[in-house]
Design a protein around this ligand. Structure first.
Ligand code: PAF
Length: 287
């Protein structure tokens, strides 16, 4: 696996490959890799001749400095995992390489997607994500870019950014990779205690029940039920729960046939926030 640190090195790497004749699959990450990331690499390898990952802890998408400082850094293990997955190259730029002297976000209009859910609780987060993903797409010039559905809002925002900026990249959403107990894989899981990690199985359990309940109960009844599941929970507090239209990410009060919805949830412990989501009526549409 080739390790590339600068745009210049990437250019030279592409020259060697005569990139015009190759499809390039790209997986952007902030490191602290887990099997979820590796599943994106595997998907890319199936569909592209070259697969490139990036590892870059993007300072502009953190609304709290301590969150940025505490973000897990496991570069040796990351390189080992990527190598094992037969990723062709990894781009590990410095902050200066991406931002030059101006570590700031551009302002984006994502047609309101940025104001829902995570946008409400993490001010400026999606401007930071839009800025870095646009910069990385311009540098890496991928044919296809792979993002996990765990950050479904991010996925829809990246799609919107690509469309609005007429970028020539296909954005591909990949299913959530889960631990054995159902907990969605996330680099943040490393910061949970063993007890919290076990108990976090409740998130997926609740989402699965929501899927069942959505067949016969109203959104308001389901939302009240979810609230009670966390009301006196010894470890977790509920930050938000909602059932939203997948295109607008706006809450709905009614589930209509032939439309696609997801249930979205965020919970937090002392120091870690966990998010998850599940399609609630995909079987009505596709099965
Ligand atoms: O999902 C992430 O890890 C990050 O938000 C991303 C897409 C790599 C941008 O920094």
């Amino acid at each position: 696996m080739t390790v590339l640190k600068t745009k210049e090195e990437l250019k030279i790497y592409y020259k060697d490959f005569n990139s015009k004749n190759h499809t390039i699959g790209f997986v952007a990450t902030m490191g602290a890799l887990h099997e979820g990331h590796i599943s994106l690499i595997e998907e890319s390898k199936k569909e592209n001749e070259i697969t490139i990952a990036s590892i870059f802890v993007n300072p502009t998408q953190f609304d709290k400095k301590e969150d940025l400082d505490n973000y897990p850094k496991t570069i040796e293990e990351d390189l080992h995992l990527l190598e094992k997955a037969k990723c062709d190259a990894v781009f590990i730029p410095s902050v200066e390489e991406v931002y030059k002297n101006n570590i700031a976000s551009s302002h984006f209009d994502f047609d309101g997607l940025e104001n829902e859910m995570e946008g409400e609780f993490r001010i400026g987060h999606f401007n930071g994500v839009g800025t870095v993903v646009k910069a990385l797409f311009e540098i890496v010039m991928p044919t296809n870019a792979y993002f996990g559905e765990k950050d479904f809002q991010q996925l829809q925002i990246v799609r919107k950014m690509v469309k609005k900026n007429k970028m020539d990249v296909s954005v591909i959403g990949c299913p959530i990779y889960r631990e054995e107990n159902g907990l969605a894989m996330s680099s943040r899981n490393m910061r949970l205690t063993l007890e919290e990690r076990k108990a976090a199985a409740i998130v997926y359990k609740v989402l699965k029940s929501v899927t069942q309940k959505s067949k016969s109960q109203s959104v308001i009844t389901i939302s009240a039920w979810v609230t009670t599941q966390f009301k006196d929970h010894p470890l977790f507090d509920l930050e938000y729960f909602k059932i939203a239209d997948v295109d607008t990410l706006k809450s709905v009060s009614e589930i209509l046939p032939n439309k696609q919805y997801r249930a979205f949830i965020a919970i937090y412990t002392n120091s870690v926030r966990l998010i998850d989501n599940l399609s609630i009526n995909s079987e009505l549409l596709f099965g």
